[in-house]
Design a binder for this molecule. Sequence first.
Ligand SMILES: [Zn+2]
Ligand SMILES: [Zn+2]
Length: 84
Amino acid sequence: MKFCPLCWTPGTTPDPMWTNPRAQFCCLCGTQLISRCPNCSEPISSMKFRFCPFCGWSYKAKNKAGQGFDWLSCTFLHLSRLNA
Ligand SMILES: [Zn+2]
Ligand SMILES: [Zn+2]
């Protein structure tokens, strides 16, 4: 089970491209797909999870400050990366 921490919105169905066994990187932004918790390396067992049940880590990429998650600025950041 893999997904892009930038493009995937927790709780939604992931892009089928990400779950392709050969896919290693996001087809939309080039970010490396993750299949394990970046914090404790426990496998991600459900796409419905937003946080790691083992350590509480947010599967969604953190913003620059690393505290909490700013949905709006992340979307802008992502869009500007796509347009660059
Ligand atoms: Zn992506
Ligand atoms: Zn974890």
